[in-house]
Write a protein that binds this ligand. Sequence first.
Ligand SMILES: [Zn+2]
Length: 650
Amino acid sequence: MADENLNTIYLNHIKANMNFEAEPCEDFYEYACGNWYRNYNSSYYFDAAGYMEYKVNKQLQEILNETKNNQNNNNNNTIYNMINNAYEACVNLDIISVNPMLELVQKELQFIWPIFTETLGWHNESDFDWLKTIAILRTYGLNGVFLTTHVNVLYNDGSQRVLELQQHQSSLELLYNDIEEIFINFGFNINQSQWITNNVIDFQEELKNISFLQYISENFTANLTYQNNFKLLTIQQLQEMMPQIEWFKYFEIILNRYENITKFQVQCFALNPDYYENLIYLLHKTSKDTIIYYIMLRFIYHLNRNLPFKRPQDCLTYLRSSMPLILNILYEEYIFKSQRFEIEEVLKEMFKKLKFNFEKIIQENYLHLNEIEKSYILEELLDMKLKVGNVPLNRSNEYFQNYYQDLELNRTDFANNHLNLLKFYHRKDLAKLFENSSLTDFYSYDSVSLATSSPVKIFDNIVLVPHGYLQMPFFHHKLAKHFQYSLLGFILAHEIIHAYDLFHIVYDHKGNYNYMGSLIAQHFLPYIDCKYDTKSFDNISISNDLLSENMADISGLRLAYQTYMEMIENEILSNHINLTSEQLFFVNSVQFLCANMWQISILNLTIPERSHDMHDLRVRENWKHFENFSKAFHCKPESNMYPLQKCRLW
Ligand SMILES: [Zn+2]
C-alpha cells in the first residue's frame, strides 16, 4: 500500500526542483530541474547522483562508527576489524605520499629506485631486468606497461576464464608538466628534471609509435568478425613464436606458479609478433635510467589513482573504491536487510512488467527483424535477471571471513595497507582462473560492478541496482506507482535496452560472442540515419558508447512510459502540482539527472559515469524524440523539444 504522507513529501520534492518559469517545450531540463541547485547547494556534490553517493557515504560513516564502538563484541569478526583498521589508518595519516610505497616494493624488486640513490648515476643498472620488474609490479595491479594481461572470458565460450595478453597500452599518457613537477618534488634541480623528463617523454613517444594496435573491428558486412582477433596459445608456443622475450619468467611471476606452466593457455588479442620485436629493439637502444623512470612514473600514476588526498572526507570514498565488497556487506547488514523483502517485491514486479512490455515492443517489430533475429533478442530478454544491491547473496559471514582471510590491514600503516590491497586484488583476480567459479561469481566480485553506485547492465545478463539508489529522494517501496514507475522505472528500462546496445548486442544470453548481433545492428541504421544524418556506422563522429547511451534513453523512455501508463491506471494520486499523469512521468523521469549545471560548467567537471552526454544535453537531445512527450506538453512543431523528425529505434 502506498503511503500518502510519503507521496506528499515526494511530490513536494519534485515541485521544489522544478522551474515553472521555464517553458517545457523549449528547455525541458530547465523546467524539470531548474531549481534543483537551490535545494542541494553543497561543495560535496553537483548532481542528484552525486547527492545519493554523498548520502550513502554518510550512512556508511555512521555504520563504521557504530561497529567501531561495538568492536569489543565483534572481536572475532575480522572483516569489521579490517575495515575499521583501514579507515583509521586513512584518517590518521598526516601526509599522503607515494614514497613509502615505492620504498616498500623495493625489497621484492631487489633494487633501489634511482630517485632514492644519493648520486645521479643508478647503481642497479647492470642487473636491471625490465621484464621481471613489470611482472612484479603487475602483481600490484600495474598493467599496460609494455605488456597487458587481464583475466577475461574465453572468446568463444563465456563460461570459461582465460588469461588474455595484449600489447602495450598507450592510452594512459604521462604529461610533461606533471613529470617535471614530480622530479622537482623528488629534489632534482630544474635542469636535471627537464633532462629526465625529456628522455621519458621521447621514450613514451617511441613506445606509442610501435604499439599501434592492429585489430579487426566489428565489420557489419564482411566475413571477418571481431572474433578473428583472438588466438589461443600455450606459453610454450608463445616462447617459440617470440623467443626474444622470456615468457616463462613473466608468467611464472604474475601467475605465482612454477609448475605445468608450459601448457598453460593464453588468449592473445590482436597478436602481432612485430610489436614484440620492435619493443625489444627499443628497450635495447634506450638507457636503463629512462626505462626505469618510465616504469616508476607509470607505477606512481597507478598508486595515485584513488588515494584519499583530502582527509578525513575522502577516506570513505577511498574505502568504497578499494574495499567495495565489505562496505556493501555492511550496508546490507545495517540498513538494507530490514527492508530487502519489500523493496525486492516492488522491483521484481517492475522488472517483470518492463520485460513483458519490451517483448510486446519487439513483437511490434518496428526494426523489421526476421524470426531468427527476434528470437535472439527474446532469448536474452527472457534470461535477463535483476540484482538488487551489489552484494553476493546467500553467503554466510564465514564465507566473507574466508574471502578476506589473507588480507592484512593495520591501523597505522596506510602505505602498507594500500599495497596489501593491490596485491590482494591481483590474487583474487587470478583465483578466477584457477578456481572454477561460476560466471555470476566472476562478475559479482568484479570491482567495477561492486564499486558502482548507479544502476548498470552487467555483462552477465543482469541489471544491477545498487543499494544507494533505492532510497529517498529516488525511491521508496511505499511510494505510489506514479513515482516508482517514472523514475526507477525509466532507469531500469534504460538498462534493459543496454542489453542490445552496440557493445552488448554481439553477446548472446550466455555472454558468448554471436555474429547474429552484428546482423541485428544493421537494422539500427535507419535510426542512425534519422538521428545523426548518416547512412553507416563508419561515418559517425561520436563514440559507440555515446550512441549506445542515446539508444538506451530513447527506447528506454518508450518502454518505461508504456509500462507506467498501464501501472497507474487504477491509482488515484492527489497531485497538487497540476501536472497530468503523462507530464508527471516525464518530469520525474529526469529527476535523477538534476544537477547544478552552472557549477559543473565553471568547475569544468566531466561526468565519470560511462559516456553519457552532460545531463542537460542528454535530456534535451533524447526526450524530444518520443512522440508522447510533445503530446503531453502540447508542444508546437516549431519548438525545441519538437523535432521535425522523431527518431525511433525499437
Ligand atoms: Zn546507460
